[in-house]
Write a protein that binds this ligand. Structure first.
Ligand SMILES: C[S@@+](CC[C@H](N)C(=O)[O-])C[C@H]1O[C@@H](n2cnc3c(N)ncnc32)[C@H](O)[C@@H]1O
Length: 415
């Protein structure tokens, strides 16, 4: 080992600490506590990961910002600890999940709600050219009447039903609702075959009702955390990779898109169509994801970035690698200018072929040359998030791997 290398490694060790985030926040006793698990959003944070830096670093009147908000976990946790927050995400689902998760407890009777939905004659058919591919023909009138009713309600009234109906709709489709990836699986074929043999109409309404009850229980449980009356600003459909932050915030906490699995829009598109988005909208959103989004090139000040880049021989993988880092570094540099205090970036060591790419180290190397000081990296060895479980990711042409450790890098402002 060269002189200097050892020193670097030692200093790295003193800035790394192993943790189990889920054990550090006793007031949130489970990862799906309250409304933290009302929908299986791909690559969702566990709430404890957000709670930890908030409890450690946030001060009175701080504003917390998540530029890749996803499920909206950062917002839901900020509310519990009494901080204002700003959430951005490309995926329009974020607003729905967030607004549902912070709902007041409802006094609406579930029985009469389901009865009204069952007897409603209104219909809604998504503007989706692939409907027949995804839904058994005989289920469609029942599902479209349920959605017709839900779309006829006022936004706030509809919230108690939308996520339960999204989940029930997916269950009655040819997709495998147990994975995030949208595809027709053997499991789904068996599922539909079994449903067809039974009284599937009753099962549909029973599942919907069960989902509404589960949601109501979650809302009640979240209220025991005493969420505070704070203000928040949510932007969905926004391209974070190319947008400036128009206000100052104190702490950024986020988990950016993964290097190999960026298809958040594609994996939630069945839901988005039923919620009223069109083919055109959804295609336009998908084009904003990495590696399709042609982000502006930026200067990357990280030796590690160039060292790993050299090892990538195939053009399409190098393009993916380049676009990923130009997007991430460009984004954190740009929005970081409006962050007054700390950036807490949660990533996992993703692989390109067999090489593990130290994403956090690359981001840290660059950002420390832009007025940020690396304070600590918290390493959680638990696989806390279910990844896209496909054999091959179409974006990269590679096999998806589960992450082994996940890292929360904390950078402090020094300017
Ligand atoms: C790892 S997930 C974030 C998960 C989030 N921490 C949670 O708890 O659900 C990354 C998010 O980045 C979003 N994203 C991808 N490309 C984007 C873009 N160009 N602009 C804004 N958000 C984007 C995805 O929709 C996804 O929700």
């Amino acid at each position: 080992m060269k002189e200097g290398t050892q020193e670097l490694d030692q200093s790295k060790d003193s800035e790394r600490i192993e943790v189990r985030f889920r054990d550090l926040i006793p007031e949130i006793p489970r990862t799906t506590y309250g409304t933290f698990g009302i929908y299986g959003y791909p690559a969702k944070f566990i709430p404890q990961i957000v709670a930890y830096p908030i409890k450690k670093f946030a001060e009175k009147n701080d504003v917390i910002f998540d530029p890749f908000g996803g499920y909206g976990t950062t917002g839901l946790v900020s509310k519990v600890y009494g901080y204002d927050y700003v959430l951005w995400d490309l995926n329009p689902l974020m607003k729905l999940i967030h607004d549902t998760a912070i709902m007041e407890q409802s006094k609406i009777g579930i029985d009469s709600l389901i009865q009204e939905l069952k007897t409603s004659k209104l219909e809604f058919i998504p503007k989706w050219s692939r409907m027949e591919y995804w839904f058994p023909e005989e289920f469609v009138p029942m599902i479209s009447r349920a959605w017709g009713y839900v779309h006829s309600l006022e936004y706030n009234e509809s919230l108690l039903l939308k996520i339960p109906l999204v989940k029930t709709t997916r269950f009655f489709s040819w997709s495998d609702e147990k994975t995030h990836k949208l595809y027709k699986s053997k499991f789904a074929k068996r599922k539909i075959k079994e449903l067809r043999k039974k009284d599937w109409k009753s099962l549909f309404y029973k599942k919907l009702e069960d989902e509404v009850r589960k949601l109501m229980d979650g809302i009640k449980e979240y209220s025991t955390l005493n969420p505070q009356d704070v203000s928040y600003r949510i932007k969905c459909g926004i391209d974070t990779l190319n947008t400036d932050l128009d206000e100052e915030v104190d702490i950024l906490i986020t988990s950016p898109p993964y290097l190999q699995a960026q298809e958040y829009i594609r994996s939630t598109k069945l839901e988005l169509y039923w919620l009223g988005h069109t083919d055109k909208d959804i295609r336009a959103l998908g084009r904003k994801e990495i590696p399709y989004n042609e982000v502006k090139e930026v200067e990357i000040n990280s030796e590690t970035y160039y060292k790993y880049r050299e090892q990538i021989k195939e053009d399409h993988l190098r393009l993916l690698y380049d676009r990923y880092f130009h997007a991430m570094i460009g984004t954190f540099s740009r929005v970081g200018k409006k962050v007054r205090n700390r950036m807490c970036i949660f990533v996992g060591p993703a692989k390109i072929r067999t090489t593990e790419i130290p994403i956090d180290e690359i981001l840290i190397e660059h950002l420390t040359q832009e007025g940020w000081k690396h304070e600590m990296t918290y390493v959680d060895t638990i696989v806390s998030r279910v990844m896209f479980k496909s054999k091959v990711n179409p974006a990269s042409g590679l096999k998806d791997e589960r992450m082994k450790t996940e890292h929360l890098a904390v950078l402090k402002h020094t300017r």
